[in-house]
Design a protein around this ligand. Structure first.
Ligand code: NOJ
Length: 737
């Protein structure tokens, strides 16, 4: 291959307007294709357009090297499933794998070969809009989510019909961004990087994820697109990853804004770090020809490369791109996936799966014996999301169609014996400027021009007449996702006012929250007789909610991220480190952790792993095979029996946490080490069994990334087992050398 042919392979463009824009003639993309200056395209939107691009690419390439096609398939493709954070709340890995597999098949049927998923950034700050796309706050849950998703997407192999290549993103610690501000940097202990943020990547790589995307942020001062120690050192070197690494959108050129070099310098730095393909910015295309001739001597950032070194790096990146194409089967058949031979799975099958997933993702936070509802009944359905379609899809649903959504009103109306009266009650937000921001990618937030007082009065009257109200509140789709951080992650003010007014009626309220992040619910939780956290549940989100409300599905979801008691109480997670103060019983003022948070208000904090069922589940004391173990091959079995004392069958997620009360360094007060879902039929018992091994006691010590090692300290450990991260029973064990 010539130098320019090799550089062309490293260029990755968005499909944008496709090949031609009407009378305006050829696009930049068409030009690149004709000159053989393109390795792959994302966002094609149809099989026909991908095929047309492939034909043109083959004609433009002297060696007939095909393109591959990629897309953001984050929580479903045409069939939009619940948001990733919502799917994680199901804790049901078989279900998550099934959604990924369905999405893969829909994507493959449209000629896509790679999807930019799973997003496995551990996220602990609800201000960050991209928490919606993440599997939540816990590294173990995120790791299992990574495994399930990669398996669903890639199946038996990325060249198999109906499968696609997964792309683990964003590498790495994008979720640790400062103050939850999108694109900001992360400064953290190497130990935390390894134990919290790299752990899900290890899991995804172990099951063969074929590609990785770099993240926009810097980690400990070095931006990830130039982070040779993490990409070339850790990912390639230590983990042995031999797949493809792509940049994020214009991530290479943004290195200059990070302050680490001029445009040509950052190209050399990114290539050297191990970024094989340059997404959208075309900086590789622009700068590499000259760098390959002149080399680089950038004294301002202490970077030097000879021309031969640059050529070597180009060869390295190009062979990874070609390898990836070979693994996809494209070098044998450039039209693989583009010949219409793969059929999308039946839409009805997708809908049924989406509905099951939507119900499984709902977390029941409170139920004063009100749910499940029984028809016949009169219900006032109020709130700005009662008749919503577009927001239900949630962020990053690029191929979704809001017309596929059945609204909550429609889902309730078709139930026999349910007599509904509807009233909007309020708008999603009141501020015109904020509404404009939320509508920046299309109008999903409507504003009802009526007087706010009149709207509330109408909802209150409907609630009084019906004697029961279902209140559909939450966030707009654009409240979450990329570039959508919120200063105060709570329910927008007009919706809180609506709930205040409704609660004064004394009518029982079933509050359903459709959101993209964990919100501080505050007084909203007090006002509710029943509280269901439904997230943005995809095309069948509201149907899943209706199934739960009327008992056709039993609630089983558990929070994948803690809900703060107050919007100021972030970041927040269950796995905090112990500190020296406050001592128990002293420093009385700080009992809730915050001087100005009352004990009552603190009760609105819902811990990680929490979620109610429609039954009463009693945990027996855990039984250990032994309280002592020794050395590397030691093992302790823990058994816990759960009895369902209620009338409804339940799916229980039994969670196992560990603490290491004395170690070389401070260890988290508890951390999740395993979980298991067991079906517990009404009036029956079921037993969860766990095996604890030494691997679960190990933790990283890392004076630097390169010197990291996994260690453990003999002595006492405490196992905590229970239905969530707070309400557990302890069992002490001793592990000797
Ligand atoms: C930017 C986002 O950060 C990334 O997640 C996404 O895959 C790319 N854009 C492509 O759309």
């Amino acid at each position: 291959m010539t130098l320019s042919e090799k550089i062309g392979q490293l260029n990755l463009l968005a499909a944008g307007e496709g090949l031609a824009t009407g009378a305006a003639g050829p696009t930049r993309l068409a030009e690149r294709l004709d000159r053989g200056e393109l390795g792959a395209v994302f966002g094609t939107k149809s099989l026909a357009s991908a095929r047309a691009m492939q034909e043109r690419a083959l004609a433009g390439s002297r060696l007939s090297i095909p393109l591959f096609f990629a897309e953001d398939v984050i929580h479903g493709h045409r069939t939009v499933f619940p948001l990733p954070i919502a799917l994680a709340c199901s804790w049901d890995m078989a279900l998550i794998e099934a959604t990924a597999s369905h999405a893969a098949c829909e994507a493959a049927a449209e000629g896509l070969h790679q999807v930019y998923a799973p997003m496995i950034d551990v996220a602990r700050d609800p201000r960050w809009g991209r928490i919606a796309e993440s599997p939540g706050e816990d590294p173990l849950l995120a790791a299992r989510y990574a495994v399930a998703t990669v398996r669903g997407l890639q199946g038996a192999g990325i060249a198999e019909p109906g499968q696609v290549a997964a792309c683990l993103k964003h590498f790495v610690a994008y979720g640790a961004t400062l103050s939850g501000r999108d694109y900001d940097n992360a400064s953290l202990a190497w130990e935390d990087l390894i134990e919290i943020h790299l752990a899900p990547f290890v899991a995804g790589l172990d099951v063969g994820a074929a590609s990785v995307m770099a993240s926009f942020n810097a980690v400990n001062r070095l931006p990830m697109h130039a982070n040779a120690p993490l990409i070339d050192g850790w990912l390639r070197g230590k983990q042995g990853f031999d797949g493809l690494v792509v940049s994020d959108y214009t991530g290479v050129q943004e290195l200059s804004a990070h302050g680490i070099g001029a445009p040509h310098t950052v190209v050399a730095r990114a290539l050297h770090a191990g970024i094989d393909m340059d997404m959208v910015g075309e900086d590789y295309l622009r700068e590499l020809p000259r760098l390959a001739v002149e080399g680089l001597d950038a004294q301002d950032c202490d970077m030097r490369f000879t021309p031969a070194e640059i050529e070597g790096l180009i060869d390295r990146a190009c062979s990874r791109v070609l390898d990836f194409k070979a693994r996809l089967g494209l070098l044998d058949d450039p039209y693989r996936g583009l010949d219409g031979a793969i059929s999308a799975p039946p839409r009805a099958e997708g809908r049924a799966l989406a509905r099951r997933a939507a119900a499984a993702a709902c977390v029941l936070l409170k139920n004063d014996r009100l749910l499940p509802l029984k028809a016949p009944c009169d219900v006032a359905l109020v709130g700005p999301f009662a008749e919503d379609r577009a927001n239900m899809l949630g962020t990053w649903s690029v191929a979704g169609d809001a017309r596929d959504v059945v609204t909550l009103r429609e889902a309730l109306e078709i139930r026999e014996g349910v007599r509904l009266q509807c009233a909007r009650g309020c708008n999603v937000v009141d501020e015109a400027w904020l509404t404009d921001r939320l509508n920046v990618h299309g109008k999903t937030v409507e504003t009802d021009p009526r007087d706010p007082g009149d709207m509330i009065a109408e909802a209150v009257a409907a609630a009084r007449t019906a004697g029961l109200a279902i209140v559909a509140v939450g966030e707009a789709r654009e409240h979450g996702g990329e570039s959508s951080s919120r200063l105060a992650p709570d329910l927008p003010a007009p919706q809180r006012r609506l709930i205040d007014a409704l609660s004064e009626t004394g009518v029982p309220l079933v509050i359903v929250v459709f959101a993209s992040r964990p919100l501080a619910l505050g007084a909203v939780a007090d006002a509710a007789s029943a509280l269901l956290y439904a997230w943005h549940g995809g095309i069948a989100g509201p149907e899943g909610v209706a199934d739960i409300l009327f008992g056709d599905a039993a609630p089983s979801g558990r929070l994948a991220a803690s809900l703060p008691a107050h919007p100021g109480e972030v970041p927040l997670h269950h796995s905090e480190d112990p500190t020296g103060r406050p001592f128990r019983g002293r420093f009385e003022k700080f009992r809730t952790g915050w001087l100005d948070l009352s004990d009552d208000a603190a009760a609105a904090r819902y811990p990680f792993g929490f979620g109610l069922t429609y039954s009463r589940l009693r945990y027996d004391a855990p039984v250990l095979s032994s309280t002592r173990a020794r050395g590397d091959d030691g093992k302790i079995e823990l058994r816990v029996t759960v009895t369902n004392e209620g009338d409804v069958d339940a799916l229980e997620t039994v969670q196992l946490y560990l603490s290491d009360p004395v170690a070389r360094v401070t260890r988290p007060a508890r951390r999740l080490i395993d979980f298991q879902q067991i079906a517990v039929a009404s009036r029956q018992a079921a037993t969860a069994r766990f095996t604890v091994t030494l691997a679960q006691l190990r933790y990283p010590l890392a004076p630097s990334l390169e010197d990291a090692q996994m260690v453990w300290d003999p002595g006492s450990f405490v196992l905590h087992v229970g239905p969530n991260s707070r309400d557990t029973t302890a069992a002490e064990i001793v592990w000797e050398r």
